[in-house]
Design a protein around this ligand. Structure first.
Ligand code: TMP
Length: 212
């Protein structure tokens, strides 16, 4: 008899406007189709304390949130989230579908805010050790395409107010991360129509289902 498949941790990443929310719904529907027990969560956030930290991170108040404060807050929330939610779920053999995780910090704070990657990795090593997603799916689209999709949004948060060069650095950083770890990352062309994006996601999930 074949061994039961171990629960996997899958994160979804991408710049604003690539359709992360809609495609999170679709990934969740695929896990349901494959009859997997799973939880769906997000970062920043995922626990009461981490959601309170998210509120601080996204608000636009006149006290400047300094780049190092931003990174420390993200990791404070991440430590709560990993230990109270993600690891317990995996130990319970539940799959974890997470809207953003550590690669968002490497891309947004490292790429976007130009903070030293080596320092973020050092902090990551202290907080998480070698814990990371089994698979990370990047929804990738040219920055111009993605940003036109968010232009219609009202009440932009602290990140959505940034300019095109900020998001270009983030996209480039995501692509560089994917190149460094091809076994973990899958890149989806999110500039295509929703049907084509779903087809790419379905094929990735099919592949993941074949692993142990
Ligand atoms: P969301 O809009 O995908 O929920 O994420 C909120 C914002 O937080 C988004 O603009 C990206 C940003 N973010 C970071 O800058 N670094 C991180 O590590 C994470 C998880 C999110």
């Amino acid at each position: 008899m074949s061994k039961a498949q171990a629960a996997k941790f899958i994160s979804l990443e991408g710049i604003e406007g690539v359709g992360k929310s809609t495609n999170m719904d679709y990934l969740a529907s695929l896990l349901t189709k494959y009859k997997k027990d799973f939880i769906r969560t997000r970062e920043p956030g995922g626990t009461h304390i981490a959601e309170a930290i998210r509120h601080i991170l996204l608000q636009t108040k006149d006290e400047v949130l300094l780049p190092k404060t931003e990174i420390l807050l993200l990791y404070a929330g991440r430590y709560q989230h990993v230990n109270h939610v993600i690891k317990p779920a995996l130990e319970n053999n539940q799959w974890v579908l997470c809207d953003r995780f550590l690669d968002a910090t490497l891309a947004y704070q490292g790429g976007g805010r130009q903070q030293p990657l080596a320092s973020i990795l050092q902090l990551n090593d202290w907080v998480l050790g070698d814990f990371k997603p089994n698979y990370t799916i990047i929804l990738d689209a040219p920055v111009e395409v993605a940003l036109t999709r968010i232009q219609k949004r009202k009440n932009l948060d602290r990140f959505e107010k940034e300019d095109i060069s900020f998001f270009t650095r983030i996209r480039n950083q995501y692509l560089a991360l994917a190149e460094r770890e091809p076994d973990r990352f899958r890149i989806v062309d999110a500039s295509q129509n929703l049907h084509a994006v779903h087809e790419q996601l379905a094929s990735i999930m099919h592949e993941i289902m074949q692993t142990e």
